[in-house]
Design a protein around this ligand. Structure first.
Ligand SMILES: [Zn+2]
Length: 339
């Protein structure tokens, strides 16, 4: 009855929970002790296995780290098995140690990345919002005027919008702003911008800029829809929050990771930039849709002008811009129509 080879012996297996013993075959393979029998198939690294010393011919127990055990009566067989097993070499031990350290390091790195990601993903936007709402109005005004001045120098040119058209649009804007019941007193500015094309911007302190290109390409209803969207940005203080987020994230990354990770740090910054500007757009859209509904202006005007602005942007702004803005825009249009 010996289908067991020389490298194995018989024993009784106890699972450590019940007193039942099951007959098993015990062998050693590749640094592990294998225990196999009826309904039992287990293996433990030899390092963790405790084998009782031989005392005469008394049965010996083999204790496993999880509380299971084997009882072996074949003392000679057990000794033969152990003699045939080369002791773990230094190299083997070193590799084992290294493996367990690497696992530890990997876990530590994963945890650090997770904590870092969570602080950027949730902490930074939260902090930026808190700071944005806590800043005194003077700071907001100074930032708004400063931003407009800077953009005037860099991107904007004097508007050519007809002097007769401006008061009409300003009146519509004022009516919309009144209905929006904002904290800040919004102000509409006209600028030409070959760089940005048909576009609108909400700066801190309630300054809304529309480009000549937008005025030329949009109907009055569409313009009002865009202005409602920009008022949403103002209501949520998105410009200030965006600036603060962009300022806080690199500082936080530097503080957490040190100089070494600047390269690694760039990517998440870019990612949340994209993600949060998308979130800002959705928030502003929601605000606009509600405002337009209240004013009895069909919301499809917002979806229409959005679709047109995106298609012109895509045609002249290259693939990168296309990739980053395209899914968000279709998502936004669908959302505006659905709500
Ligand atoms: Zn927007």
């Amino acid at each position: 009855v010996s289908d067991f080879d020389a490298g194995s012996l018989r024993g009784a297996y106890f699972d450590g929970r019940t007193s039942a013993a099951s007959p098993v075959e015990i062998r050693i393979e590749a640094g592990s002790m294998l225990v196999q029998g009826d309904g039992v198939a287990r293996a433990w690294p030899l390092d963790g296995v405790r084998i009782a010393p031989r005392i005469g011919n008394a049965a010996r127990t083999i204790d496993f780290p999880d509380g299971a055990a084997c009882e072996v009566r074949d003392n000679d067989g057990l000794d033969r098995l152990l003699r045939a097993t080369p002791p773990p070499s230094r190299a083997h031990r070193a590799i084992h140690l290294l493996e367990s350290r690497l696992k530890f390091v990997a876990a530590a790195v994963a945890l650090t990345v997770l904590v870092g990601w969570a602080s950027i993903q949730y902490g930074v936007p939260w902090l930026a919002r808190e700071v944005a709402h806590a800043l005194p109005r003077d700071v907001d005004t100074a930032l708004g005027e400063g931003a407009l001045e800077g953009m005037d120098q860099l991107f904007f040119e004097r508007s050519q919008v007809d002097r007769a058209v401006r008061p009409r649009l300003r009146a519509k804007f004022a009516e919309l702003a009144r209905a929006a019941m904002l904290e800040a007193q919004p102000r509409l500015e006209f600028r030409a911008s070959p760089d940005f094309g048909a576009n609108a911007f909400a700066l801190p302190s309630g300054i809304v800029v529309v480009t000549d290109e937008l005025v030329a390409s949009a109907s009055d209803e569409e313009l009002v829809a865009v202005l409602a969207h920009e008022l949403g940005h103002i209501h949520h203080r998105h410009a200030l929050r965006g600036v603060l987020q962009n300022a806080i994230t690199p500082l936080l990354l530097a503080a957490v990771t040190g100089d070494v990770s600047v390269l690694v740090g760039t990517m998440p910054t870019l990612l949340i930039d994209m993600k949060y500007s998308r979130l800002f757009e959705l928030e502003a859209d929601d605000f606009a849709v509600e405002l337009l509904d209240r004013q009895g202006i069909p919301r499809h005007h917002l979806a229409d002008i959005l679709a047109r602005m995106t298609s012109t942007e895509e045609s002249d702004a290259g693939l990168g811009h296309y990739l980053s803005s395209h899914p968000a825009t279709s998502e936004r249009i669908e959302r505006i129509n659905r709500r």
